[in-house]
Design a binder for this molecule. Structure first.
Ligand code: NCD
Ligand code: ZN
Length: 437
């Protein structure tokens, strides 16, 4: 017997009927065997039976933007702790950013990440290769060898590519290989040493500002470079309203441009910053109410294609520094679904089907990543969500090593209670443990 599971009483979205239906699902060897209204254990069959009690059963989440910090920064996160955190958040696949120490700029390092992910076994771990050696912006890496080692795209996330000439050449090479250029859009001559959004709030707090145009001017540049080169351009963590306009323009003229937005840019603004707590410091920074509204609008009208967490763990010591001195970043994997479900689905702004798609099929399609499918033969990468479960955000419960979140204490609905990757249980809320058979 290998990986045999029978899931009873799941609530599954039926795309043909356009409604939620009760289904039982049989899984064997990493694949879905049967999906039916009623399935039972045959006499003599050895299978683990899990009663989902009418909770949502849906394809596992796919995060195209996580920082697992290995190699070199394991005090912040490891591949194992990061992927456990992902499984707890309902994720079955993630893509790691290359801003590690050293940066993921060689085939050997790409292979190493893949092996670490497989050894940990909690989710499918992919990675982007760096665009430039050591992410220094000076010379391009060997895209072809990074691709053959498994890179799903190229990025210097954490820093912007300052030179337009460098970016154009990177896009030409990526287009030739059929992989996306994934950009952290930031013109350093505009962002300088800013630590929060350039705004009235920043002036009042006496903190140095990062203007929205530090992002949007580079997004606009890259959209036209993508038109010129035919590359697939993916914009990371979009946050400024003019960036969204630039993506919208790109889409109308037929540029292959996709964009992601984070839960925090959909939910928070710079007005929440007091300057006393660096757990509100992130890059790109929390922006104005108008920018936040544009992010929501862009997501609703399809300009923004998907939701990514930008899971960026840091140590307590680092985040306890002053607002100016602390590093940028929030953890995200364990809170993404409850945050978005509570604030967008329960409030009627977004349907649950659409939210699930933005967290799963949409990113998988853009990057050609594996994703669960609730049909016979589909990949058994699934998650179960208890929409009625209400819980307070408590970093002490996190599996990620990072406790850095601005959402501490929020009461949220809709928590993942079971995650299955490759037909195996990778996370199970113990209160719901109910294995028989
Ligand atoms: C990221 C990090 O910590 O690596 N920080 C962040 O605030 N988002 C870098 C990045 O994604 O830009
Ligand atoms: Zn970034």
């Amino acid at each position: 017997m290998e990986n045999r599971l029978l899931l009873k009483n799941g609530r599954v979205w039926d795309n043909q009927l356009q409604q939620w239906v009760k289904r039982d699902v049989r899984i064997e060897g990493g694949r879905i065997q049967q999906v039916d209204a009623e399935l039972s254990v045959s006499p003599g069959e050895s299978v683990a039976v899990l009663d989902l009690n009418g909770n949502i059963l849906t394809p596992g989440f796919v995060d195209p933007h996580v920082h697992f910090r290995s190699p070199g920064l394991e005090y912040k996160e490891t591949i194992a702790t990061g992927s456990q955190s992902a499984a707890k958040g309902g994720y079955t696949a993630v893509v790691c950013m290359p801003n590690t120490k050293p940066a993921l700029d060689t085939a050997e390092l790409m292979e190493w990440i893949k092996e670490q992910g497989e050894q940990a076994g909690f989710c499918r771990v992919f990675a982007y290769g760096a665009i430039t050696a050591a992410q220094k912006g000076q010379e391009l890496t060997d895209f072809a060898s990074l691709k053959s080692a498994g890179a799903v795209g190229f990025t210097d996330d954490g820093v912007g590519i300052q030179s337009g000439g460098m970016m154009r050449e990177a896009m030409r090479r990526a287009a030739h290989l059929g992989l996306p250029i994934v950009t952290h859009s930031e013109d350093e001559t505009l962002s300088g040493s800013g630590c929060m959004n350039e705004s009235e709030v920043a002036r009042r707090l006496g903190l140095s500002g990062i203007p929205g145009v530090a992002e949007s001017s580079q997004v606009a540049r890259d959209v036209v470079l993508a038109a010129d080169t035919g590359a697939h351009l993916h914009i990371c963590h979009i946050s400024d309203r003019l960036s969204i306009e630039a993506v919208r323009f790109g889409k109308t003229i037929g540029v292959r441009v996709t964009a992601e937005v984070t839960p925090h840019h959909l939910l928070l603004t710079d007005e929440q910053i007091t300057g006393a707590d660096a757990n509100f410091k992130v890059n790109p920074p929390l922006r104005s109410a108008a920018d936040r509204k544009a992010c929501i609008q862009g997501l609703l009208d399809g300009t923004i294609d998907m939701i990514a967490t930008d899971h960026a763990p840091h140590s307590d010591e680092e985040k306890q520094r002053s607002f100016a001195a602390a590093p940028f970043g929030f953890v995200g994997l364990e809170l993404a679904f409850p945050l978005l479900y509570t604030h967008f689905v329960r409030t009627g702004q977004l349907s649950i089907e659409r939210l699930l798609d933005l967290l799963s099929a949409a990113p998988a399609a853009a990057f050609g990543l594996p994703v669960g499918e609730l049909r016979p033969g589909g990949l058994a990468d699934l998650t179960v969500l208890d929409l009625n479960r209400l819980k307070q955000v408590d970093p002490a419960e996190f599996l990620t090593l990072g406790k850095n979140t601005p959402f501490v204490g929020q009461e949220l609905y809709g928590w993942p209670i079971l995650t299955i990757m490759d037909g195996r249980v990778t996370w199970q809320e113990t209160a719901h443990k109910e294995v028989q058979g």
